[in-house]
Write a protein that binds this ligand. Structure first.
Ligand SMILES: [Zn+2]
Length: 106
């Protein structure tokens, strides 16, 4: 479902700027975001790459969140940043590689 070769933040040349777990629901326009793949409604990973924001689900489904901007990170961002060598390492390290599909940890 998710083909990273075609995503805009392909790990080849786009470093992770920020990745922030977001346990609560997201409703940037008053409508709660749900995952198109597994219908989850919270417990996201927000990924900011330059000015683009992506939402990633525990099931590993990921999409660009046009309704979210870099400013949305400032409210939820806390704690030290962790550097990861690759997106795959980050996803595994944070539990967003699909193994926890259907689980809410937050
Ligand atoms: Zn999902």
């Amino acid at each position: 479902m998710t083909d990273h070769a075609n995503t805009e933040h392909d790990l080849a040349d786009r470093p992770v700027t920020r990745a922030v777990p977001h346990p609560e629901p997201l409703n940037p326009r008053g409508i709660v975001i749900t995952c198109a793949a597994c219908s989850a409604s919270r417990d996201w990973l927000l990924i900011q790459v330059r000015t683009l924001v992506f939402v990633r689900c525990r099931c590993a489904h990921e999409w660009q969140a046009h309704d979210l901007g870099a400013g949305d990170f400032d409210g939820s961002y806390s704690g030290p940043e962790t550097e990861w060598d690759s997106f795959e390492q980050m996803y595994r390290g944070l539990g967003f590689d699909g193994l926890l599909r259907g689980c809410y940890l937050g």
